[in-house]
Ligand binder design. Structure first.
Ligand code: AVJ
Ligand code: FE
Length: 422
């Protein structure tokens, strides 16, 4: 049998030894080209068919128009690759002023150049970026490219939210899960590896570190609309004692009576809830929200090996057999192949999940690629969401990924699951 060690230990011709690093480099470049291409295709798919008005419309004061996100994705790619890496002067600076993160206040982002000009700008930057990548493969900094791909995916998801706010949800037939949605799983006390040092890990996921987590129970599935309906019917939105003081204050100024998206009392996860609504439901159910560490442990800890996995199921890149690659949520329990070692399901790719944890850096945190990416949000005013929704790009789906929003925000594709101490 031919084994790789025997090949390596035999004397290889000089030419092969020299070519090896170049080949690995080219494989890296091809993989990147493919990721850039897939990510861009997903971005375009999320905004397909939107008219000019929807392109420029600010559907909600918290979210910029779709057209701005598109320009901003291209601007950011040009900034890091063409300006910082390649040392080129800024391309189309008049667009840069519009699409830089500190360029225009959100309210002024509706006055956009013609749609066709934005698409031309996006394509022009991408073709220069690809040309740079092909000519200078040695310059590839994996971390920077992985950042850019995930930056695009995150903005694309926000574009999907805006689209949903503008176009609403399609009313579909009630969807039932064939599982016991009240089931909880007991996770034993012990240490777990949290965070990640992989090249795709963003600054706030690093450094990976061990953490002791006490025993707890956690829901096997995210809370479904059917379960949440019990809260609504029991007057959950009217009874103060289920709400935290801050949550009640929020409810008084936002007199809502159901989640932002409600497609009926079926077994799809609740989505479009604020942290406060999630917290109130949890108290109503006699439970609480999981901490980020509890959520992450349930998603990636393998009790047999004591190791943490990248994904709930192991190391295989996410695909349609493990999570929904659909255009909407699916009934909980529809992807048993996506379950974690302890048995939690729908951890990645159905809805984002609120946790009880404020967004803070891990000890040893270093900003990357710029201080403004994570650090301004370490402020006690943002909570961590885990998991990712059906609209989240695969490059962002992993157990260590940390999203964050203010607790008041009804994050369009966010729901939650509950936990309980022993
Ligand atoms: C991590 C999703 C909250 O969209 O505001 C994009 C990600 N940061 N560009 C956001 C981000 C800079 C961020 N979230
Ligand atoms: Fe951005």
């Amino acid at each position: 049998m031919l084994r790789s060690e025997s090949w390596e230990s035999s004397t290889a011709p000089e030419s092969l030894v020299v070519q090896q690093p170049f080949r690995t480099q080219m494989q890296g470049v091809h993989r990147l080209q493919e990721q850039l291409f897939t990510t861009r295709a997903a971005t375009f798919a999320l905004i397909e068919g939107l008219g000019r008005e929807q392109f420029c419309c600010q559907a909600d004061p918290d979210f910029s128009p779709v057209g701005w996100h598109l320009g901003h994705i291209a601007f950011t790619e040009g900034l890091w690759i063409l300006e910082h890496s390649a040392g080129l002067p800024r391309f189309a600076p008049e667009f840069g002023c519009l699409f830089a993160v500190d360029g225009l206040p959100k309210a002024q982002r509706t006055a956009l150049p013609p749609t066709g000009d934005i698409y031309d700008y996006v394509r022009a930057i991408r073709s220069q970026v690809l040309a740079w990548l092909a000519s200078y493969p040695h310059s590839v900094e994996p971390r920077l490219w992985q950042f850019l791909i995930q930056h695009e995916s995150q903005h694309a998801e926000t574009m999907g939210w805006v689209r949903q706010l503008l176009c609403g949800t399609k009313q579909e037939a009630p969807i039932a899960a064939g599982v016991d949605t009240d089931e909880m799983i007991r996770v034993e006390a012990g240490e777990v590896l949290i965070g990640s040092d992989a090249p795709e890990a963003l600054d706030n996921e690093r450094p990976a570190h061990r953490r002791y987590v006490d025993s707890y129970w956690i829901d096997r599935y995210p809370v479904t609309q059917r379960q949440f309906e019990r809260f609504i019917r029991a007057g959950g939105y009217r009874e103060r004692h289920w709400w935290s003081p801050r949550g009640w204050q929020w409810l008084l100024s936002h007199p809502v009576r159901s989640p932002l998206y409600w497609s009926g009392a079926d077994d799809r996860p609740v989505m479009g809830v604020s942290f406060f609504e999630a917290e109130a439901y949890a108290r109503f159910a006699g439970k609480r929200l999981p901490t980020e560490a509890e959520w992450e442990k349930a998603a990636r800890f393998d009790p047999l090996s004591g190791q943490s996995r990248t994904y709930p199921w192991g190391e295989a890149f996410p695909d349609g057999s493990r999570l929904p690659l659909t255009c909407g949520t699916t009934a909980v329990g529809s992807y048993p192949r996506g379950q974690s070692a302890v048995g939690c399901e729908d951890m990645l790719g159905n809805v984002w999940e609120w946790t009880a944890t404020c967004f803070y850096p891990y000890q040893g945190f270093v900003s990357y690629p710029y201080p403004g990416y994570s650090a301004p949000y370490f402020d006690d005013a943002h909570y961590v969401l885990k998991g990712g929704s059906w609209a989240t790009g695969s490059s962002v789906l992993r157990a260590s990924f940390r999203n964050w929003y203010e607790p008041r925000l009804r994050v369009p594709f966010a729901g939650f699951r509950c936990a309980r101490s022993l």
